[in-house]
Design a protein around this ligand. Structure first.
Ligand SMILES: C[S@@+](CC[C@H](N)C(=O)[O-])C[C@H]1O[C@@H](n2cnc3c(N)ncnc32)[C@H](O)[C@@H]1O
Length: 229
């Protein structure tokens, strides 16, 4: 497969990172990540075909207008991470699946975009950097975590968020792909977990799926925006 390199505005050099994550212990988490690895060749093109501007339209009013530090967790091919980097933000893209992360690093070429191999809910490699982020994005990731993992993830997100920093996340409702298991998720449960970790809800929007085949199978999304107190 040939990959087109896409440079973000005003950039010329590829910057990429490589951090080794610890072995995955949880079987279901491994199944999800294996599912993404096995389907990566098809997913890469499908993910890159989505317009980040259209995807984030439901939460546009909550996105930063001045350059900030952005963390994109479960970044896939880095489509959105590169979109944020092209808007002058400094972006760290977190992606545990080698095939997706490597494709993203090869395709998106920008000195404001770095990559790290890491996994929710621990995000131990990311935490070890000691950085704070003004915007944390979790697009189409949360449904892969079970309740315990979601509960464990929010305190970690709070540690990674700057005071006043925002978390923008999309929750998937509807059937998933068997090889990449999903768990049911409710906005109200998610808000309760967020509140316990020191976030306040700023917004909630419901949308149809951006992808045609998901529209057909009845997948819908809830976008939630939280702010760290
Ligand atoms: C549906 S894809 C979304 C990718 C990208 N955010 C987008 O919107 O195109 C889900 C992504 O979450 C990642 N992922 C799944 N489980 C994860 C976990 N426990 N920690 C971090 N990332 C995870 C997958 O590797 C995959 O890249």
């Amino acid at each position: 497969m040939s990959l087109t390199k896409i440079a973000c505005v005003g950039e010329g050099s590829l910057r990429g990172g490589g951090f080794q994550t610890k072995p995955k212990e949880q079987v279901l988490k491994s199944i999800v990540l294996r599912g993404y690895a096995d389907a990566a060749v098809d997913l890469i093109e499908a993910y890159e075909a989505v317009s980040s501007a259209e995807l984030f339209a439901p939460v546009r009013e909550h996105l930063p207008s001045r350059p900030v530090q952005v963390l994109d967790i479960g970044a896939g091919t880095g489509r959105d991470a590169a979109w944020f980097a092209a808007q002058s933000h400094r972006v760290l893209a977190v992606e545990p699946v080698d095939a997706l992360r490597n494709a993203g690093m090869a395709r998106h070429w920008c000195s404001r975009l770095s990559w790290i191999k890491d996994t929710l809910p621990e995000l131990s490699q990311t935490l070890a950097l000691g950085a704070k982020f003004d915007l944390i994005v979790l697009s189409a990731v949360w449904h892969h975590l079970d309740r315990d993992e979601r509960e464990a993830a929010f305190p970690v997100l709070r540690l990674l968020a700057s005071d006043g920093g925002k978390v923008v996340m999309s929750l998937r409702h509807g059937p998933g792909v068997q090889s990449r298991p999903v768990y049911p998720v409710r906005a109200s449960d998610t808000e309760a977990l967020a509140t316990r970790s020191g976030f306040a809800k700023l917004g909630e929007t419901h949308t149809p799926s951006a992808q045609k085949h998901n529209q057909t199978s009845g997948v819908t999304w809830t976008w939630l925006v939280f702010q760290a107190a």
